[in-house]
Design a protein around this ligand. Sequence first.
Ligand SMILES: [Zn+2]
Length: 113
Amino acid sequence: MALSRLAKFFAGPSPHLSREEAMKVFRRDQFKCYYCGLDGQHDFENWMILTIDHVHPNAKGGQRSMDNLVTACQPCNLLKGKRVYKSLQEAKEQVLAKREEWRQIYQEQIKAA
Ligand SMILES: [Zn+2]
């Protein structure tokens, strides 16, 4: 992977967010996924999958301000998608509910394997 792509990857999915800005959000959130609590501070593999999530999606006019950005692991960021939620709390509940759905699918698949 080229260095520029790697830098973009670590800065999260938004091309408008600098690595410095991303680090500010990571530090504020103590390198933990806001949604599932994945700890990227004490585990390198976890740190590798941390991204910055726009609570109100960037694609739908969400700002790049600190209060609209949270640390999210890639799976949670994907599960949240570009939907607009009423509140951060609602977003968290929905993401955790989707994770639970996927956990059940996983368990069925593992059982069937
Ligand atoms: Zn997560």
